[in-house]
Every structure is written in C-alpha cells, then in structure tokens.
Design a protein around this ligand. Structure first.
Ligand code: AMP
Ligand code: MG
Length: 338
C-alpha cells in the first residue's frame, strides 16, 4: 500500500520514521520528485532499484540536510568542492567526491566516488533534518520514464511499490541537478542541469561539458547517461538548428494528416500550431518556464493519446543546455534543420 499525503509537519515526521526503518518515501525537491531511502542501509537502497526497475549499474545521488554531513559519505573534500557548496548549496548541483567506505556499493554502482547534494526545497530539507541520515534519492519514476515533477506523476509510476509519497506541489526547476566532476582540471559537467555552466564558471573558472553519448557504452564516465532516457511513450522528434521551427511546422503539416500529433511549444508559437491541427502543450515563454514544464508536457501529451510528439531546441545558453540534453534523451529521432 502506498500512502499519498500532504506534506504537513506531522506527515513529514511520519515519513522520516518510515525512512529510519528502511522504507521508501517519495518527496519533492526543487528539481524533480526523488525516491528516498537511507543511503547507509543496503537493504533499503535495494528497494529503490526494485521499485524503479532501475539497473544496478546506475548510481544514486545522496541527499544531505547540510554541508556538515558531507564527511558521512565522502572520504575527502577538495577546496574547490567547498567553494561550490558555499555558492550553490542548497541547490541543484551534485558533486562527485571520493566515497566513504560506509556507503554501500549499491549506492555508487561500485564506483570509488559518490554523488552528493543538498537540495533547495523546504519539504526535502525538513525531511532530511528530521531523519538525520544521508538519503539516497534518484528521480521517483520507473526507469526510462520521464522524471516526475508532481506527486501525481509519482503516484502513476510507483503506487503499490513504495511506502509513502509526500505531496508538496510542483517542482520549481523541473529538470534534474547538474552533475559536476571536479576530479579533473578543468572540472567537467557530466549532466547539465539547474546550475548552469555560466554560473559554475563565475565561481571556479572554465568548465567543460561532457559530450552527450548517444549510446550506452562500457566505461561511460557517468553511467546513467544513456542514449534514451527520460522518455515519453509516444514517438518523439526533436528539431535542432537554425530552421528548426520551419522544419517542425512542415513535419506537422505532413504527419498531421495521418496521425494525432502533439507539440511541446513555447507560448508565442502555440496558437499557430493549434490552428495547424496539433495538440499543443504550452511550455511558457522563457527558459525557466520551459525547463519547468518539459516533463509534465511529455506526460500530458502521452495522456492525450498522441501518436507523435514534436519539439524544438532552445539553444545552449543558461538552462537551454539542460533542456536540450533532456529533449535529446527523450527523442526517438533528432532532426537537423540548418
Ligand atoms: P538521478 O536518476 O537523477 O538520481 O541521477 C543520478 C545520476 O547521477 C546517475 O544516473 C549518474 O549519471 C550520476 N551519478 C551518480 N553517481 C555518480 C558517480 N559516482 N559518478 C558519476 N556520475 C554519477
Ligand atoms: Mg532519473
């Protein structure tokens, strides 16, 4: 039985008890909803992989209430890490650090490193404080599905598989945290996310971005970075390049005659696309809003029973890089329109 509860102080206390006893609790963070378990309890962590049907080669991010807890899970913390923590925690930045032996291998997929962050969300922080434990928490969806940005998304994916869902409304950032490897010089973004490259560079100087792998390969530096991930059920085409908007409209004109077509669109494009026959999900008009809505949009269009989803790229500055990364992973096909 899975309970879906409003995140009142009493229910947060109850959720903390569930976690302390080895249970599984989904909770809101500023990025997406997480599925938490005690990171130091191998049996509890096994439950995460079972509930999500997640392959054990995909390591988890450990969530902490405060910076002072980092030594519970990390063996050593370089000076750069402290600078980044001071600048961006609590917040959507995950740091890869040398692992403390107390952290079960399952959490890190047997890597010598551990991924850590302090989330910037009052409910997540209250829950973490109340447990006093490091909490391993991947996104609270079935593996390969789009990440959940509402409690209802979690309910649809995981009901009957976990103990409790704390409902704290919609996630405000909407894409996962930035994963940063600081063991190299310059530091490398393994996964773009809520803390942008520009923000990082303002604090630690030049940062590189790991080229997106389109296939699962052995020895991938960040094992979760598979080609297809975070995906809707419907086939999805992503248009990139200078003429992406035109190419998308041409595709809609052609495919719309034979299939039910959904489009993830910025507000200013929505009206024209609706007139051309598409089921349109409005993402908003700036990158913050677009990032916040892409997952909900994919889920909504799936719910509308569309056969095909079309979307376009929004560039690579600021949150655009994270948006592009998630759309590329969700897309069945990427079409270049230079
Ligand atoms: P999520 O499903 O949002 O919890 O994402 C977790 C992701 O963080 C994984 O799929 C990896 O890409 C990345 N990650 C976690 N731990 C490590 C690690 N030790 N080294 C590199 N990447 C990691
Ligand atoms: Mg995930």
């Amino acid at each position: 039985m899975t309970e879906l509860l409003a995140a009142t102080p009493e229910n947060i206390a109850r959720a903390a008890e569930v976690l302390k006893h080895g249970g599984l609790v989904a909770f809101p963070t500023e990025t997406v909803y997480g599925l938490g378990a005690n990171a130091l309890d191998a049996k509890a962590v096994t439950g995460i992989f079972t509930a999500k049907e997640r392959p054990s080669a995909d390591p988890l991010i450990v969530h902490l209430a405060r910076v002072e807890q980092v030594p519970l899970v990390a063996r050593s913390v370089p000076e750069t890490a402290y600078r980044l923590m001071q600048a961006f925690w609590p917040g959507p930045l995950t740091l890869i650090l040398p692992k403390q032996p107390a952290v079960p291998d399952l959490v890190t997929s047997s890597l010598e490193t551990v991924a850590v962050r302090v989330p910037n969300h009052p409910i997540a922080l209250a829950l973490l404080h109340e447990t006093g434990l490091p909490i391993a928490a991947p996104s609270a969806n079935r593996f390969g599905h789009t990440s959940p940005t509402t409690a209802l998304h979690v309910w649809h994916d995981l009901r009957g598989r976990i103990d409790l869902i704390l409902d704290g409304g919609s996630a405000t950032i909407g894409v996962e945290s930035t994963v940063l490897d600081i063991s190299t010089t310059p530091a490398r973004i393994l996964r773009p996310g809520g803390v942008t490259r520009e923000m990082l560079e303002a604090v630690i100087g030049p940062v590189t971005v790991l080229g997106q792998k389109r296939k699962a390969e052995p020895g991938l530096p960040s094992p979760g970075l598979l080609e297809k991930h975070y995906a809707p059920r419907a086939e999805m085409i992503l248009f990139v390049g200078e003429h992406a908007r035109d190419a998308l409209r041409a595709c809609l004109a052609e495919q719309g005659r034979v299939r039910k077509v959904g489009v993830l669109a910025a507000d200013e494009e929505a009206g024209a696309l609706e007139q051309a026959g598409a089921v349109v999900y409005r993402l908003g008009s700036d990158l913050n809003s677009i990032a916040r809505h892409i997952y909900a949009g994919m889920r909504w269009l799936d719910g509308q029973g569309v056969d095909l989803i079309l979307c376009r790229d929004y560039g690579e500055s600021g949150l655009g890089l994270a948006v592009r990364d998630r759309l590329m992973r969700a897309a069945s096909r990427i079409q270049s329109a230079e």
